[in-house]
Design a protein around this ligand. Structure first.
Ligand code: BTN
Length: 233
C-alpha cells in the first residue's frame, strides 16, 4: 500500500497528530524529529527528545486485532532495523524491541473509532537512534543504535523500510515467537494492582502469551492491561 511520508519538526505525539488526518482517506505516514507528549502502552509516557525516529502510519481496520497487528509490526520493524543498522534484535512480548538486553524501540497500536465502528488503525513506533535520543534516567533500561555500535540510518529511509516490511510481512507468527526474549524464563506479571510470578511457556497462534502459574495451571493472556518483566534472581 502506497503511503505518503510527511516529516514535521515537533508534535505532542505522532499517533495523535495522524489521527486528526485519518478522515482524509489517505494512508499516510508521519515522522517527527521530537515529541513533547510521546505515549506508550498502559498510559505510560514515551520520552522523545531529538535523536530518535518517532513515526506513525495508518492502516485499514481489516488489518486485524491490535495484538496481532502489534506482533506483525514488531517483526517488520525488527527486520527493517536489523537490515539498516547491522544490529540483532529480539522482541519482548508484546510491543518492545530489545538489543543487547535493553529496549531499543517500542510500538503503540491504537484503533480509531467512529459511530461505534473501527475506522482505521494507527501504528506508532519509536526507535532510539542516537545517544541524544535517550535521557540520562533511561540509560540503564534503554539503549540506542549508536550505543550498540550500529549504523545510523536516515529517518525517512528507515520509516519507509518499516512500512514496506509491514506490508510484506503477512506470515509473522513463527518469527514473532522465535524472536521472543522472555520465552522459557520466569516472569513477573503485572495486571492492574496484581503482581504474580509465572513461567513464560509459549506464544499461541493469536500472539497471546501462554504462562504456567506456580500452582501448575496454564494461563493465556492477550496484552490488555498486562506487562511482563524478567524475574529478578
Ligand atoms: C511503548 O514503549 O509502550 C510504546 C512506545 C511507542 C512510542 C511511539 S513514538 C511514535 C508514536 N507516538 C507516540 O506517542 N507513541 C508512538
Amino acid at each position: 500500500m502506497e503511503r505518503r511520508i510527511i516529516r514535521i519538526p515537533e508534535t505532542d505525539s505522532t499517533n495523535t497528530y495522524i489521527k486528526a488526518l485519518a478522515s482524509d482517506g489517505e494512508w499516510l505516514c508521519v515522522i517527527a524529529d521530537r515529541q513533547t507528549g510521546g505515549r506508550g502502552r498502559l498510559g505510560r509516557s514515551f520520552e522523545s527528545p531529538e535523536g530518535g525516529l518517532y513515526m506513525s502510519f495508518l492502516c485499514p481496520p481489516t488489518a486485524g486485532e491490535n495484538d496481532a497487528v502489534t506482533a506483525r509490526v514488531a517483526v517488520a520493524a525488527a527486520r527493517a532495523i536489523e537490515s539498516m543498522t547491522g544490529l540483532e534484535l529480539r522482541i519482548k512480548w508484546v510491543n518492545d524491541l530489545y538489543c543487547g538486553g535493553r529496549k531499543l524501540a517500542g510500538i503503540l497500536t491504537e484503533s480509531v473509532w467512529s459511530g461505534g465502528k473501527r475506522k482505521c488503525l494507527v501504528i506508532g513506533i519509536g526507535v532510539n537512534l542516537t545517544e541524544g535520543g535517550l535521557t540520562e534516567a533511561l540509560r540503564d533500561i534503554a539503549t540506542s543504535v549508536e550505543a550498540e555500535g550500529g549504523r545510523i540510518p536516515s529517518r525517512e529511509v528507515l520509516a519507509a523500510r518499516i512500512v514496506d516490511e509491514y506490508d510484506r510481512c503477512t506470515d509473522f507468527c513463527e518469527e514473532y515467537r522465535a524472536r521472543q526474549l522472555l520465552l522459557g524464563c520466569n516472569v513477573e506479571v503485572h495486571r492492574g494492582n496484581e503482581i504474580f510470578s509465572a513461567f513464560a511457556e509459549d506464544i499461541d497462534a493469536d500472539c497471546a502469551v501462554i504462562l504456567r502459574l506456580d500452582n501448575g495451571e496454564k494461563l493465556t493472556l492477550s496484552s490488555g492491561e498486562i506487562s511482563l518483566r524478567a524475574e529478578e534472581r
